[in-house]
Design a protein around this ligand. Sequence first.
Ligand SMILES: [Zn+2]
Length: 189
Amino acid sequence: MSIFEEVKSAVDMRSAAEHLGLTVRNGMCSCPLHTDRTPSMKIYDDHFHCFSCGEHGDVIDLAQIIYGTSAYEAAKSLASDFGIAVNNSRPILKRRTQPKITAEDEKTAYRLIDSYVHLLERHLQEYAPRSPDDYVSILFVQALHEIELFRYYRSLFYEQEYSERIAFITEHGGMLARIERALNRTMAA
Ligand SMILES: [Zn+2]
C-alpha cells in the first residue's frame, strides 16, 4: 500500500477533521476555505463535501488544505500524528493519475466561466440599488464580490499555456460545478 492508502484506511474522516481543529457537530463543520458561520461542510465516513463552495475530498485533501502542504507532506503528518507505521520508503511523485481532460472539457469550462461573468454583469445592472435607502439584493452583493475574480479566471484561458489551463480546470472542479449549478438555476427560473 502507498502512504496515501495506509493513511486513508487507518484514519476516519471525522477523527481527521477534529484532529485538524474543526468542530464537527451533527456531522457538519465550518468550511476552512471561507467564512462559514452556518456550517456547510458535511463530514461523511470517508470524505467531506462543502455545500457552499463545492470543495470535497478525503482525509489527505483536508490535511493538505489546512496545512497548506503537498499531499505527500500532509499524508506524512497524519501518519505520524495517528501513529501509523508507514513502511513505504520510496518517494511518491504523483498521488493519483490526473483525470484526463479533453479539449471538449476545456471548451465547456471556458463557456461556463464566460456565461457566469455575463450573469454577474447582468446582476450588477438589474439588482443595483437605485437609491441609498434601497434594499440591497444578495445577488448584487455576490456579483460585486465575484466579478473581478471570474473575469480574471476567464482571462487565464487566453494567457496561459495549455498545460496550465488543464491544471486550472483540474484544480477548480468544485468551483466549475458550483457555477454550473448557479447557471442552471437561473435558466430554470
Ligand atoms: Zn466551502
